[in-house]
Design a protein around this ligand. Structure first.
Ligand code: FAD
Length: 363
């Protein structure tokens, strides 16, 4: 069968892929995007919090907002909440958010194909879809999440991951804060209760070696909150998934003569401490789509510029988060358990997190 020859082939229609496809299609290029799911954003694998800064990048955000978040509260080892005002953002309906961005990509002219996975990636950058069609793009964008096949083909792999488990529970009273639970029993992760009016996403993340502990530990956190009268016993919408926490990967590469750009989780852009990655996916996806358009228009440097832009945008925050995460994990590796002070020092709500890195995290 003869291969289709799009200018840009995007793999994955999460926030990063939709933004990339929209940006490249808006410049007039022929864009095909493959998404293995039957519909954008479903099933939801997300706690659904986005920081306020995303509002400037997603004008339609109001239409997918469930409620405003004004504060963060952090409970360390069950000692009670420390209050952090000014952690503002929104709880979104993630399935509708992804559908909104995907519809913008389609409106921009991208051909979005659902229920089609990229099955094989050849050394020359051509792709075999699960629908049996071959695609040979001029440029390939990998926006296919934490375990990106495109990244793997190009030699960029997220090696450090956190595994998660999440349920949705009834909330006894509405709240305008995201609640965080830090415990020595949660190595490499934390617990969260993120409100959605009279419901909440209750979840937990851990290093992969402790994956089997996710279920009992989440159950125990749920029981505690039920006993405190904060949430109901009903648990629905069980979900989970992997989050990259090893830092940013090189986002440009080549398969044969085909340039490859990675965006979002595929490029390791999630924050290694908080696990947040939606805003970074949106930003990097748009930049990848723009870089693709510029390169196709003859600007050779556009790909290197993309890498540089990602570095400018993310590396400082990434270095801090990585340093804090590594310092905390080192306590477990040394055979100990972090105390409450060490747990606080690795979390964004506390001044210790923002203190000088003293050379850590550089180089
Ligand atoms: C439980 C959990 C809770 C989270 N909570 C938050 C939060 O509250 N706030 C936040 O900012 N971030 C959160 N994150 C992280 C956030 O979800 C990701 O950073 C974000 O989704 C990254 O977007 P993306 O477009 O890069 O990747 P994704 O959203 O993962 O999209 C990748 C897409 O590629 C598709 N795909 C994969 N492989 C193929 C293939 N071979 N062929 C075709 N399609 C393919 C997938 O189906 C998927 O639709 C959470 C993550 C998890 C797991």
């Amino acid at each position: 069968m003869r291969a289709e020859r799009p200018d840009v082939l995007v793999i994955g229609l999460g926030p990063a892929g939709s933004r990339a496809a929209a940006a490249a299609a808006l410049s007039g290029f022929r864009v095909i995007a493959l998404e293995r799911r039957a519909a954008p954003g479903r099933p939801v694998q997300c706690a659904e919090f986005v920081p306020s800064l995303i509002e400037q990048d997603v004008p339609g955000l109001a239409s997918v907002t469930v409620q405003a978040i004004l504060r963060m509260r952090t409970d360390v080892e069950g000692e009670g909440f420390d209050e952090s005002p000014y952690f503002r953002g929104r709880m979104i309906d993630r399935a509708h958010f992804d559908a909104l961005l995907a519809s913008e990509a389609a409106r921009a002219g991208a051909s979005c194909r659902y229920g089609v996975a990229a099955l094989e990636i050849a050394p020359d950058g051509s792709v075999l879809g699960s629908d049996g069609r071959h695609l040979r793009p001029r440029l390939l964008i990998g926006a296919d999440g934490p375990r990106s096949r495109i990244g793997q083909a190009a030699g960029r792999v997220n090696r450090d991951l956190v595994e998660t488990r999440q349920i949705t529970v009834p909330l006894s009273a509405p709240q305008d804060a995201t609640d965080i639970f830090l415990k020595a029993d949660y190595p490499g992760g934390y617990g969260w209760l993120f409100p959605k009016r009279m419901k909440a996403n209750l979840g937990l993340g851990l290093v992969p070696e402790k994956k089997r502990r996710l279920k009992p530990l989440l159950l125990s956190l749920h029981r505690r909150l039920v006993a405190e009268g904060r949430v109901g016993a009903d648990a629905r919408d069980l979900t989970g998934g992997a989050i990259p926490v090893g830092g940013r990967l090189p986002a440009i590469g080549r398969l044969g003569r085909t340039p490859v750009l990675l965006a979002g989780d595929a490029a390791g852009l999630t924050n290694p401490v908080t696990g947040a990655g939606i805003a970074a996916a949106v930003q990097s996806g748009a930049l990848a789509g723009e870089a693709a358009s510029l390169w196709l228009s003859g600007r050779e440097r556009a790909l290197a510029d993309y890498e540089e832009e990602l570095s400018d945008l993310f590396d400082a925050a990434m270095a801090r988060a990585l340093a804090r995460r590594r310092a905390l994990l080192a306590r477990y590796e040394a055979g100990g358990r972090p105390d409450a002070e060490a747990l606080r020092a690795h979390w964004i709500a506390y001044p210790q997190y923002w203190a000088s890195l003293n050379g850590e995290g550089r180089g």
